[in-house]
Design a protein around this ligand. Structure first.
Ligand code: PLP
Length: 435
């Protein structure tokens, strides 16, 4: 019963420092959140010691009586949280993360070299939706499958569904993936279903970012029209780090009647080994929380806060991609003020605001992202309301103005820019106010 502090003071000290960083910074990374004490307790429990390859009732190891109950509880709560009828939908709760959930979903639906279409990374899509550059197939979803991404309209920032439909009729995909990491707008699932049906393709929604909003009916429901829905559990859903794959059940002989077997087999034994039972228990705890009225209120506030920051920055004269947001994030296009996303990320880091540089559609080079992504879920978990987000927008405005001033006189390299920021009095003042 030796504690972490006694056993390994070095790791303990680093954990404490990270805890302090999370506490003292303004956390605006759209894919992050603060999970609860209860979730962390389950995640750090004795369940981490157990092997349980297989599914409840059909394991390759003995001693799984309680683990089976945990996994069944998690599956039941996952369906309940998304209001799904167990006769129409099933779920695999074993994926270690969103990336492995996606690769397993692809493994279930496709044969090697089948064609997929997902939202391009520079348009806000995720790596695992078939990302390749002109020079290199980056994600395994592009290495093992043939990928033709679709894009947002470079003028509006909204998905160009007409172009997607045209390209699909040439490419004839076997799978269309919707969902994104940096798209502030709602999805037209009906249009996507229509396009998929024209080619007998599967339609998959990766709702990793918005699953907390979907579960609370604060975002459109992808389950009505998609064959498979995947998600991470640690973004707006506010759980531990893991993934889920929901699959449609259908009467035998009909389309999708074999998805259950295919998905389960793709997760184990095709792509994973033993499930992380401690994480599955923690996901179960998070899903119980998701089904409460408090979480519904939380999701509403997340959206209100994201809209507040979009409006506040617009009023200060900045350009927000698509001129607003319908979910938990905004993309701030910094190109009109001639600041790069990298410089904005750096100054924010120095003044204890955590966000990330992000490509903006139409960027000349992927190496110089034209904007930053800002999410409201984490600070909303810390009870921030609209007035607090107005204040956050003020801080961001000041950071951008200081960055513009400093870059006039600092050297061209980001390293020179950082050195100049570190000695700057306005930066010190802003940091002390933020903290
Ligand atoms: N899908 C989307 C849309 C994401 O944004 C992410 C991560 O940010 C993932 C999948 C991958 O999740 P993980 O990092 O858990 O593998």
């Amino acid at each position: 019963n030796v504690t972490l502090e006694q056993e390994d003071p070095e790791v303990y000290a680093l954990v404490q420092k990270e805890k302090w960083r999370q506490f003292s910074c303004l956390e605006l990374i759209a894919s992050e959140n603060f999970t609860s004490q209860a979730v962390m307790e389950a995640n750090g429990s004795a369940l981490t010691n157990k092997y349980s390859e297989g599914l409840p009732g059909a394991r390759y190891y003995g001693g799984n009586e309680w683990i089976d109950e945990v996994e069944n509880l998690c599956r039941k709560r996952a369906l309940e949280a998304f209001n799904l009828n167990p006769e129409s939908w099933g779920v695999n709760v074993q994926p270690y993360s969103g990336s492995t959930a996606n690769f397993s979903a692809l493994t279930a639906m496709l044969a090697p070299h089948d064609r997929i279409m997902g939202l391009d990374l520079p348009s806000g899509g995720h790596l695992t939706h078939g990302y390749a550059t002109a020079k290199k197939k980056v994600s395994s979803s592009a290495i093992y499958f043939e990928s033709l991404p679709y894009q947002v309209d470079h003028k509006t920032g909204f998905i160009d569904y007409d172009k997607l439909e045209q390209n699909a009729s040439l490419f004839r995909p076997k799978l269309i993936i919707c969902g994104a990491s940096a798209y502030p707008r709602e999805w037209d699932y009906a249009r996507l279903r229509k396009i998929a049906d024209q080619h007998g393709a599967y339609l998959m929604a990766d709702i990793a970012h918005i699953s907390g909003l979907v579960a609370t009916q604060e975002a459109a429901n992808p389950f009505e029209l998609c064959d498979i829905v995947t998600t991470t559990t640690h973004k707006t859903l506010r759980g531990p780090r893991a993934g889920l794959i929901f699959f449609q059940r259908a009467p035998k002989g009909q389309k999708n009647s074999d998805l259950e077997e295919k998905v389960n087999f793709a997760v184990f034994p095709s792509n994973q080994g033993g499930p992380h039972n401690n994480t599955i228990a923690a996901v179960a705890v998070a899903l119980k929380q998701v089904a409460t009225p408090e979480f519904k209120q939380y999701a509403k506030q997340v959206k209100a806060n994201a809209s507040t920051i979009a409006k506040a920055l617009t009023e200060k004269g900045y350009k927000i991609v698509t001129e607003g947001t319908e979910n938990h994030l905004i993309l701030w296009d910094l190109r009109p003020i001639a600041l790069t996303g990298s410089k904005m990320e750096k100054i924010c880091d120095i003044v204890s605001i955590t966000l990330n540089k992000n490509a903006v559609h139409g960027d000349v080079s992927a190496l110089v992202p034209g904007g930053v992504r800002i999410g409201s879920s984490a600070l909303t978990s810390r009870s921030f309301k609209e007035a607090d987000f107005e204040k956050v927008a003020d801080f961001l405005h000041r950071a951008a103005q200081i960055a513009l001033e400093v870059q006039k006189t600092s050297g061209k390299l980001i390293k020179d820019f950082v050195i100049a920021l570190e000695g700057n009095e306005q930066v010190k003042q802003l940091k002390s106010e933020v903290e």
